[in-house]
Structure formats: C-alpha cells, structure tokens
Design a binder for this molecule. Structure first.
Ligand code: PNS
Length: 161
C-alpha cells in the first residue's frame, strides 16, 4: 500500500490545494493531508479550523485523511510510514523554494522522496495569502476558495482590519 503526504499550512485550503489533493490521491492508496501547526506562526484559522475547512471541502473525495503535525515534516513522514511527499508548483518562484525544501528533507531523511505536481495553469494565480487579502475587503472569493471555505474566510477577515 502506497502512502503519500501532502503537507501545508492550508490557511485556508484553496481551489489549488483541492485540485492537488484529488490528483495526488490517484498516485497512492492512502493520502494524508498534513496541516502544519507552528506555534511561532500567526494563522488566520487555528489548526482545528483548518482541518475542518479541509474536511468540509473534501466531502466528495473518499479515502483521504486529514491530520495535523508539528516539528519536522521528515519526522512526520517517517512516523506515518509514508512513501513520498507531494507538493504543488505554481510559478518559477515556487520552484526555488520547493527545490530547497525537497533537498532539505532528503538530507534529513535520505529515503524521503518528494513528488512535485504542476498546478493547473488556470489555478496558478491562487494562493491562501491572496485569498485572505481579497477577503479583508469583501471581494469575490469564488475563484480562489472552495465554496465551503468562502463564508468562513469572509466572516473571519472582512472589515476586521
Ligand atoms: O503551505 P506551505 O506554508 O507552503 O507549507 C510549508 C510546509 C508546511 C510544507 C513546510 O513549511 C514544512 O514542511 N514545515 C515543517 C518544518 C520542516 O520540516 N522544515 C524543514 C524542511 S523545509
């Protein structure tokens, strides 16, 4: 059984993340969406809320687990007996950081493989941070976030700055 881990902040989950999850699931038997909990980072949604938003968006996608992790991704991958990590690549800028991350993880855990999936071109503009900026001003989030995350994000951010 092949297990893959798709790690990220998911603050909140976007349409780009959702597309990656569906595509990554086709490459493995078990996919764990791993939500990073970093006490040093300020999130818009806490870990439980981020997990809930992912679960709500995945209602029609069976066979996917959503878990939180803290500390090193390499340790979490080992603890889950996973075969590989999946990450998405949107832009050239992403390439440099994803390459550094994959190499760092490979140094920490030499058997750890990272599989990079290219984001669909029509979703390459999508990011959680852009969605949050738009939400602060009450903009239309339907091209950025799954419908189930739109209202929660607007409620959290619109007119709160
Ligand atoms: O959604 P993001 O913020 O791009 O995800 C980044 C993430 C969570 C994959 C990355 O920051 C991570 O794996 N953090 C855990 C700490 C770690 O293992 N760092 C060393 C390798 S980069």
């Amino acid at each position: 059984m092949r297990t893959a881990i798709y790690p990220g902040s998911f603050d909140p989950i976007t349409l780009g993340h959702l597309d990656l999850i569906v595509r990554a699931k086709k490459l493995c038997d078990r996919l764990i969406v791993a939500v990073l909990v970093n006490p040093g980072k300020k999130y818009c949604f806490n870990a439980e809320e981020r997990v809930e938003l992912i679960n709500k968006s995945l209602r029609n996608v069976p066979g996917i687990e959503v878990k939180t992790f803290s500390g090193l991704l390499a340790d979490f991958v080992q603890a889950q007996n996973a075969d590989f990590v999946v990450r998405g690549l949107r832009t050239v800028e992403d390439f440099e950081s994803e390459k550094a991350m994959a190499w760092a993880n490979e140094k920490l855990s030499p058997q750890l493989e990272t599989v990079i999936l290219l984001t669909k071109p029509e979703l390459s503009y999508v990011s959680s941070s852009l969605a949050k900026q738009i939400a602060m001003f009450g903009g239309d989030l339907s091209a950025f976030l799954p419908q189930s995350a739109v209202d929660e994000t607007l409620n959290r951010l619109y007119n709160k700055h």
